[in-house]
Design a protein around this ligand. Sequence first.
Ligand SMILES: [Zn+2]
Length: 410
Amino acid sequence: MSKTFSPTKRFLIKGVIATCLLSVTRVGFAAKMAQIIAVRVWPSSTYTRITLESNIKLNYKCAQLFNPDRMVIDIDNLNLNPTLKTISTKILNNDPFIKSIQATQLAPSTVRIMVELKQDFYPNTFTLSPIAEFKHRLVVDLYPSKSASADDDPLLTLLEEYQRGDLNKKQAQIKSPTNKKKNSPIIVMLDPGHGGEDPGAIGYKKTREKDIVLQIARRTYNLLKKEANIKVYMTRNEDVFIPLKVRVAKARSLNADLFVSIHADAFTNRSVKGSSVFALSTRGASSSAASYLAQTQNDADQIGGVSRSGDKYLDNTILDLVQKTTLSNGVLLGSAILNRMKKVNNLHKPSIEKAGFAVLKAPDIPSVLVETAFISNITEEQKLKTTSFQNQVSKAIVDGIKDYLKRRKN
Ligand SMILES: [Zn+2]
């Protein structure tokens, strides 16, 4: 049973115990029984998330057991209901980390959830308050202990740093563009918006933004891969939730030269349609629609669920240091993409828009956010699902990037 932890792991385990103690202080005072209204499991190659959604905040205790690796979560003031029973059916045979999950009635009003893992892991457990259409949530994130993943993806390391709150320190250094060797390939980071717990906008016919933008990003990736002097990465290539700052941090740690976030958002009015491209504004939004979209995008971390958020790296003092070239190159890149987009769809606005999108705030990477179309508009929702429109949008993004590379200022 005894186990040696690296400082990183020890920190996280302590964090979990602290969370658990806090969560049980109110046991006995809750008059109303909790009820599970949804159970979701999000497996991914980086980490697996289990979400229990309930009508009131759950009181829980958790523990990690070894030989075999297991996670036990005891929830008080709760009875096993048909929704919670389905948890065992949510695990696929090919799940990267989880072998099985069982929910049992341990005692009257206490449910035990036992998660059996396929490998050594560390957990991060936290609760989320209601937001958007979600009620209370208990989130159990399970990370593999062996960070020696087969590829060179820094995502797991960055997520660990993010949980510890020291992503900011490592990311504070601003890269000078002159460090770049001549003739080295241009590195493009594609960022399909949302993912996992965060579905993004949902269309009238229930099309989810997170699925559409992943499809478009994959098509764009395949086109860019064929370009001789371009190297391309994606912030996510599966249905996984990644906090906004980790997306930016991944781009910076892979020395990206350009960052293109891909979305298909909703607006309050279903008649609103057309494509738009956004660059970062440090001084407020260029229109009320831009401000609305930036707000809904920046809510993604609350919807997808983060346990902590150290915001220093995005605060104003760092933003004051933003090089003017980064911002003006962002506008140049956005205008080039918009110019190509107008050939494949009507434009929502004829020129590039600006707003304070958190995902565009890398101080040294020209970054844009492409709203491919409005998923809230019934015609555009239909269009977004088609291979032909997805291919056209991808080609427009690639051609826009190529136009920009010919014109950019260094
Ligand atoms: Zn979006």
